[in-house]
Design a protein around this ligand. Structure first.
Ligand SMILES: [Zn+2]
Length: 477
């Protein structure tokens, strides 16, 4: 039944901008402050207060547009969007209506070994609303701390056709915003959240069906789940001859289904009107160009470099690029060692495991020169893999001089054939049973013998030389 239909999906993504203060007042934007301690008469909409636009919010909005190939509007104006809800004390939200800051952009990203482009209709600036907290006792409390936190809303064209495409787009968009420094994009803290607009039509049709909206999805899993559930629901309804209504629905993650919240308001219900307290203004000359020049290299360009210069695989690129700080650290190291693949092993195998999940974590205080040196020592055969990993961890924790640490801790690899022969002899004498097994043709015992020799060397035997010498000895048994 599903195979006769296709989903047509457009996304509206809200990202909180990484400003220190709110969009129209000086209150801080810190997440997790005690309720109602980060608000003032302006952001809670007291009569007589006046908004003052935060310059940093406009600049980050422009950066978001530049990072997604948008045209930037040189004229900035705001509107009031009216609605009543307990988390919106003003009774209206200051947003942009017919003059969004950015429009006509696009984002191209890898999908199933090919590339997909999603067109971006617009990006506009607006203020966030507060937050309702529903207690176990049945009370609903209002926390105004989030009122006036600057947001961008990124609206795509309805050109997405599956949950996989939607999630791949969101992941690529999240990385772009993260690298451009626009937002910290923490979905678990709500600083990146997504509304899904979805309609279905028979394959081959060109007209769009009636769409529904699923609001405030705050994980990739929820986005994928909501799309699959709503697609199935709409197809079922059409097959049963039912009418699809324009409505807002909520995705119930436990049940895996979407639930009606309300029939959709039309645009005229919001009574948009120009914000009288914020007169329109023009961006100063050269601002957009200056911001464009300040954008760092974006993740796709870095991915191309990592593959071409350092032989990184697609999966390694995904991990290295997962945090801008990890990527910068990798780049500083990679330019200082002829063994970038070993460097990648050390970073992804050891360091990534202990990194905090926070993509903004800044505890990259290790010396890139010292870290790169560990990869070089390993590459030159002066360390084996175990010693290299241990030394990498020491450097990560602040060791500045890996060469003297290697000597001090006696980590250097031993490639002296005489020493290795001695350790082999010791193991042969201690484990006649293993040699007996080998004589009977059980060649997999070689692994155990190798391990025992390595242990006898306290992990320092050169594994390549050990393998050669051991094979020789076993052949002559
Ligand atoms: Zn305030």
């Amino acid at each position: 039944m599903h195979s006769n239909y296709e989903a047509v999906i457009g996304l509206e993504v809200h990202a909180e901008l990484s400003t220190r203060s709110k969009i129209f007042c000086a209150c801080p934007t810190t997440f997790g402050a005690p309720p109602n301690t980060a608000c003032c008469p302006v952001c809670t909409g007291f009569p007589g207060t006046l908004p003052v636009l935060n310059r940093a919010a406009v600049e980050l909005g422009i950066k978001a547009g530049l990072a997604t190939d948008c045209e930037i509007s040189r004229r900035v104006r705001f509107h009031r969007k009216h609605y009543t809800y307990p988390d919106l004390p003003k009774g209206y939200q200051i947003t942009q209506y017919d003059h969004p800051l950015c429009r006509s952009g696009r984002l191209t990203f890898p999908l199933d070994g090919a590339e997909k482009t999603v067109d971006i209709t617009r990006i506009h600036l607006e203020e966030d609303a507060g937050k309702l907290i529903h207690t176990k006792e049945g009370l609903s409390l209002v926390d105004h701390n989030r009122c006036g936190v600057p947001l961008i809303e990124i609206v795509t064209e309805p050109v997405i056709h599956s949950a996989e495409e939607a999630v791949a787009f969101l992941k690529a968009l999240r990385l772009r915003l993260l690298y451009a420094g626009v937002s910290d994009c923490k979905m678990q803290e709500g600083s990146l959240r997504c509304d899904v607009n979805l309609s279905v039509r028979r394959i081959g049709e060109n007209t769009l069906g009636v769409r529904t909206e699923m609001k405030n999805l705050n994980s990739f899993t929820a986005v994928a789940g909501a799309i699959k559930a709503e697609f199935a629901r709409q197809v079922r309804a059409l097959e049963n001859g039912e009418v699809i209504y324009r409505e807002t629905r909520r995705y119930d993650e436990q049940k895996g289904e979407t639930v009606l919240l309300r029939r959709k308001e039309s645009v005229s219900d919001y009574r948009f009107l120009p914000e009288p307290d914020l007169p329109p203004f023009s961006l100063e000359d050269g601002l957009v160009e200056r911001l464009h020049g300040s954008l760092p290299s974006l993740p796709e360009a870095r991915r191309t470099d990592y593959k071409a210069l350092y032989g990184a695989t697609e999966e390694e690129c995904d991990l290295l690029l997962s945090s801008p700080h990890l990527a910068s650290f990798f780049e500083s190291c990679a330019s200082q060692t002829p063994y970038p693949k070993l460097l990648i092993h050390l970073l992804l195998g050891e360091i990534l495991r202990i990194l905090p999940a926070d993509p903004k974590a800044t505890d990259f205080t290790a010396s890139p020169t010292a870290f790169a040196r560990v990869a070089t020592l390993w590459g030159e055969g002066k360390l084996n893999s175990t010693a290299a990993k241990n030394l990498a961890m020491l450097v990560w924790q602040g060791e500045q001089d890996p060469v003297s640490a290697m000597e001090r801790l006696n980590l250097a690899q031993n490639s002296n054939p005489h020493d290795i022969e001695t350790w082999i002899t010791q193991v042969f004498q201690a484990h006649p049973d293993m040699l007996e097994s080998y004589r009977k043709g059980k060649t997999n015992v070689v692994k155990a013998i190798t391990g025992a020799v390595m242990a006898a060397s306290k992990g320092k035997a050169d594994p390549v030389m050990l393998k050669t010498l051991l094979e020789k000895r076993l052949k002559s048994l």
